[in-house]
Design a protein around this ligand. Sequence first.
Ligand code: ZN
Length: 171
Amino acid sequence: MKLDEKFRIKNEEYEKTKKILMIRIKENLIRQIEKHGEKTYPEECCGIMLGKMNGRIHEIEQIVELENTQEENRRRRFLISPDQYMKAEKIATEKKLELLGFYHSHPDHPAIPSAFDTEHALPWFAYIITSVENGKAVRTTAWQLNETRERFDEQELNVKMSDGVFQPSDS
Ligand SMILES: [Zn+2]
């Protein structure tokens, strides 16, 4: 299947469901994303998030680290290449999970989507951003592009603690 066709189908699915209500993720996966960002600091890290859609609640069950393919200025921007996108879809199919979105780090910048992020994002996916200051992950947030693709809306990120209880990420 061609990439355009995949995007068209994803877009139709998105038209049906519109918005993600909540993103659920296990605490150890958040730590894994943060560790990845600390490892690649001062460059950005990026990866994919796989899981299940429970209606409008998206539950992330696995993350897969990707190479940052941006040739220049890796500190400030990440880019998922079409090859990586296809690879991500392949991994998701193999694992019988949905491709739910992408994560990346912001070295020495807040965990807020940049203009570049907004320009390159796709509206049906979840985006997790972790801010890494001086090599240490300090804040992790979740986002979805709005319907007109003009801006990101922050998403509720519910973190499943080791005792199995979900908590908002900021508590
Ligand atoms: Zn970014």
